[in-house]
Write a new protein. Structure first.
Length: 316
């Protein structure tokens, strides 16, 4: 917890003096009591153990002042706030190498399943889009909160040829910048999650795309899935090796401030998605909570008034 106007805490000094004066008066009261010679009267006026009830209103009154002073100091607390304009674009590699079976049942199917679970677990207010890429990149679903549209698009994905990673990053960035009228001047908090298993083979370079994403402060988290032993069947007994290219994807994530992950199996891929989902789910925001202290002060004032009226038939 922090304070935006800590100077108001100086008002606690007079309050401390008031409490000290109250304690001094209570102490002197016991001394004055010995002047009474009537022991029965002395027992009623100054009992050996002062009744605790008479201190409750005073304590509540002092607590009221303390809480109000703290309210004036404008205390703040860090809270987790959903990003209402938050935008996540999933860039999904649909190149032919995704048909490799080194991730069961295939890289493609494992990625589909993980993507579907990922979008289902994102906060409902998040805008989520889908970019597919093979020989080129296409915004399959602009950022939206309609999860049914996203699910349908992911379920209907098919494989193509080529791997245009650079084009996918730019397409995702453009989709984010087109979110709403504010996006050009006030970009939404955004994140690109790119899944791929290969090197950039067509289109613009990954380096230039990464530079543009970094300029817009859009981190690109990459997930490399598959193994070094991945192969696809070309037919007629021909096999093509399609090893995962982790370093290229790691470099892209590093250049944009994103995270790099490896997912050699469907289970690992799902775990990666869950990790990304939690890391972009909320932002930490500092908010003033002076209302809590003022409310507490008013509550203590009511306690002081109620106890004094109940026990002594008067207000403090």
């Amino acid at each position: 917890m922090g304070l935006r106007s800590p100077g108001w805490l100086l008002l606690l000094l007079p309050l401390a003096a008031l409490i000290g004066a109250y304690l001094l008066v209570q102490r002197r009261r016991g001394r004055y009591a010995v002047r009474f010679t009537n022991l029965d009267l002395l027992d009623k006026v100054a009992p050996t153990r002062p009744g605790w009830r008479r201190h409750v209103p005073a304590g509540a009154f002092c607590a009221t002042l303390a809480l109000l002073v703290l309210g004036f100091a404008r205390p703040t607390a860090e809270v987790q706030v959903p990003r209402e304009r938050a935008t996540i674009v999933v860039a999904f590699d649909t190149s032919g190498s995704m048909e490799a079976t080194d991730v069961e049942p295939t890289r493609f199917v494992a990625a589909q399943r993980a993507a579907l679970t990922f979008i289902d677990r994102l906060p409902e207010r998040f805008n989520t889009g889908l970019v597919t890429f093979s020989g080129n990149a296409t915004v399959a679903v602009p950022p939206t909160t309609d999860r049914a549209v996203l699910r349908s698009a992911i379920e209907q994905l098919t494989a193509g040829q080529g791997t245009a990673i650079g084009e996918a990053v730019i397409a995702a960035r453009n989709a984010i910048r087109a979110l709403d009228r504010q996006a050009e001047t006030e970009p939404p908090p955004a994140h690109i999650v790119l899944l791929s298993d290969g090197s950039n083979t067509v289109g613009r370079s990954v380096e230039s795309a990464a530079a543009e994403a970094a300029a817009d402060r859009i981190p690109v988290s990459t997930i490399a899935y598959g193994t070094e032993d991945g192969v696809i069947d070309l037919g007629d007994g021909r096999l093509l090796q399609v090893p995962v290219d982790g370093p290229a994807l790691e470099n892209l994530a590093s250049r944009t401030g994103g995270d790099y992950h490896e997912a050699a199996t469907g289970e690992e891929l799902q775990a990666v998605y869950e990790d990304i989902g939690s890391s972009v789910g909320h932002r930490t925001e500092e908010r003033e909570i002076w209302q809590w202290f003022v409310a507490g002060g008013l509550g203590m004032a009511l306690v002081a008034a109620a106890t004094s009226l109940l026990w002594f038939s008067r207000l403090p």
